[in-house]
Design a protein around this ligand. Structure first.
Ligand code: NAI
Length: 254
């Protein structure tokens, strides 16, 4: 356990999956957690689970593609808890498997809006606070931020973008008390594929789409295994780590 007593954390995409597990883990280690998501019902469930376990959490409805909404999220953290020390920028979507020539422009823009612009907007608002007080930021990238994956070109582009953004913001803040890192999850048991709005059956595409499935440990991760890496990167145990994307992938990128 890393001891986040007295710290305030914001976690986006915290209504389910990896974000919920991260919010629960940070709260279990003592942080007051702002559970941020477009999904108010799921967010309320995350808050209830944290409170049932004796932790402290508040829900805020946020759309990470909207700058005013993201600024409101940070204001809620400050108004409710008086500080912002840790942030896990995790909200993300998949639009479906498709050949690069078949992706609809709307799906390209929507996915890049959430997965990449959303991470930028969140960091922008968080850093406005953290540049005064210090802090730690963890972004959720993906194995798709490290390698190409047939059928997922918009998702892969967004996650490579998150890796590059993480490196660059880390350099800009390395001397100013804010560490910025990312995790690159391998296949994890969450709802992300249920939110897909289009695309093709991967087996019908004329190229290999199996990259996501090929895991040396031969199993999918539990969201809690991502939360452990997030907690580590937020902690003082990671005090000399910044600008890096840590694969949490059962050996997939090895
Ligand atoms: P999930 O679908 O369970 O959670 C994603 C959350 O993001 C949902 O609660 C959703 O409501 C929220 N969200 C979507 N659009 C939003 C917006 N505009 N503003 C605020 N919140 C929004 O999926 P999961 O897997 O937990 O996804 C979390 C992150 O992990 C994503 O960035 C995803 O790309 C990444 N990831 C997931 C992997 C997996 O296999 N599950 C593998 C690699 C990366």
């Amino acid at each position: 356990m890393n001891g986040f007593d007295g710290k305030t954390a914001v976690v986006t995409g915290a209504a389910s999956g990896i974000g919920r597990a991260s919010a629960q883990r940070l709260a279990a280690e003592g942080a007051s957690v702002v559970v941020a998501d477009v999904d108010a019902e799921g967010g309320a469930e995350t808050v209830a689970a944290i409170e049932d376990a004796g932790g402290d959490a508040t829900f805020v409805e946020v759309d990470v593609t909207d700058a005013a909404s993201v600024e409101h999220m940070v204001d809620v953290a400050l108004d409710t808890y008086g500080s912002l020390d840790l942030a896990h920028n995790n909200a993300g979507i998949l639009t479906g498997f498709d050949a690069v020539t078949d992706i609809e422009e709307e799906d390209w823009d929507r996915l890049l809006g959430v997965n990449l612009k959303g991470v930028w907007l969140c960091m922008k608002a968080e850093l406005a606070v953290m540049e005064e007080t210090g802090g730690a930021i963890v972004n959720t990238a993906s194995e798709a931020g490290l390698v190409g994956m047939g059928g997922l070109s918009n998702y892969v582009a967004s996650k490579h973008g998150v890796v590059g953004l993480t490196k660059t913001v880390a350099l800009e803040y390395a001397g100013r008390g804010v560490r910025v890192n990312a995790i690159a999850p391998g296949p994890t048991k969450t709802n992300i594929q249920q939110g897909m709005t289009g695309g093709s059956d991967p087996s019908t595409l004329p190229f290999d789409t199996s990259a996501m499935a090929d895991v040396p440990m031969d199993r999918q991760a539990d969201p809690e295994e991502m939360a452990g890496a997030v907690a580590f990167l937020c902690s003082e145990d990671a005090s000399y780590i910044t600008g890096h994307t840590i694969p949490v992938d059962g050996g997939q990128a090895a």
